[in-house]
Write a protein of this length. Structure first.
Length: 397
């Protein structure tokens, strides 16, 4: 009788930490994606703005843009307003102020948005010869990244392009995608990581980056030109040479020297990226593959390349940084359960989006299946089947 009572009231099998959190505290506070993000990004306004780890460099960039504009409007344009007729003089100041606001807006559109980050996979993809669509190899063991080939060949416009496997993000990078070591993310159409905007330049912000650089060049030329106009007006008014005009308006001389130096940098950058746009290249591709002599498979002709960069629709982000995730993001329902014999083939698996790497929420049906599975495991114990105590800790990513 005692032995029968022991079989009637078996001890429940041990639960994983993630299952225990689900069952014991179903109303546990959830976190948002940006709060558990594994990259090196910085988030503002509750995940609405995403910056790179060197976001402080934006303040230096703002200082280098705003300070000369303030000096120009405060010291140079006053004499220009007096020299020119009233409407035209005020228009000089207005254009400069509006142009500056436009440049700053482009700066934040470049640095404060997702550049095209590819979400990480929660586990490595299975080798094609062992893939059964569940993240588990055919022999019941979890596949490892070491068995995956480092590269794969894909066809792009009837040309073979090699894509690499990223050990950090655990995915095969799409064509033109690269892993940024500074932000620690894989970025679509990765161009480079710009320290001046504190962000990667990729598929979703390259257009704004080029507009920012080219607009900054035009703003420098605008200030440069009207500082020379101001010096010319001083020379005509006082009948003096250029050196005396510099002494009467030292701010104009400082701004001429400053904008002359800066325009070589941003102007050269604008010309270089204009060449990249015309040939449909990225900075990364240009510096890495220009000596290979291979034909660019992405080149659509000059007009087609311009249309692709400036007039194509910007794709939506692959990440919803404000979406909620339940519990600890480092653990998942499938990977925290015992693998092998302790998991029944009928056990519902945690669903993942391989492209985005997002975990799906546990539904009420999944919760009921978990409870029923625990009962079935307990039933196996009642039948005398030994319970497996060894858990594969490598499955907890």
């Amino acid at each position: 009788m005692m032995q029968g009572s022991m079989h009637a009231n078996p001890l429940p099998p041990p639960l994983s930490d993630s299952n225990r959190r689900i069952m014991e505290d179903p109303n546990a506070p959830s976190q948002r994606v940006y709060q558990v993000w594994k990259g090196n990004n910085r988030f503002c306004l509750g995940g609405r703005l995403i910056f790179g780890p060197d976001v402080r460099s934006i303040f230096l960039t703002l200082f280098l843009i705003v300070t000369p504009v303030i000096m120009f409007c405060a010291f140079v344009t006053r004499s220009l307003i007096n020299e020119f007729q009233h409407p035209f003089g005020n228009l000089i100041v207005t254009i400069c102020a509006v142009f500056t606001v436009y440049v700053i807006t482009l700066l934040f559109l470049t640095s404060g948005r997702d550049p095209g980050i590819i979400p990480r996979n929660p586990h490595p993809p299975d080798p094609e010869d062992e893939d059964n669509g569940s993240g588990i190899s055919a022999d019941g063991r979890q596949s490892s990244a070491s068995s995956l080939p480092p590269t794969k060949d894909v066809m792009v416009n009837d040309k073979v392009v090699k894509v690499k496997y990223c050990q950090t993000c655990m995915l095969y990078r799409p064509p033109r995608c690269s892993h940024c070591s500074i932000c620690n993310n894989c970025v679509e159409r990765f161009d480079h990581h710009c320290p001046w905007v504190g962000q990667c330049i990729g598929k979703r912000n390259y257009r704004f980056f080029f507009m920012f650089v080219s607009s900054t060049t035009m703003l420098c030329l605008y200030v440069f030109a009207f500082c020379w106009v101001n010096l010319g007006k001083i020379m005509d008014a006082y009948h003096c040479n250029l050196w005396r005009a510099f002494l009467k308006s030292p701010v104009s001389g400082i701004l001429i020297l400053y904008t002359f130096i800066v325009v070589w940098f941003v102007g050269g950058l604008t010309a270089f990226h204009a060449y990249l746009i015309f040939t449909n290249q990225t900075t990364y591709e240009n510096f890495r593959y220009r000596c290979d002599g291979k034909k660019n498979p992405y080149n659509r002709g000059c007009s087609g390349n311009i249309l692709e960069i400036f007039f194509s629709k910007i794709p939506s982000s692959n990440n919803n940084f404000r979406s909620k995730v339940k519990g600890d993001s480092s653990s998942s329902l499938t990977t925290s359960m015992p693998l092998g014999h302790a998991m029944s083939p009928e056990m519902p698996k945690r669903s993942f989006d391989i492209k985005t790497g997002k975990r799906q929420a546990v539904s009420a049906e999944d919760f009921e299946d978990i409870l029923s599975q625990i009962e079935s495991v307990g039933g196996l114990e009642r039948c005398g089947q030994p319970r497996h105590a060894n858990w594969d800790h490598r499955a907890n990513w």
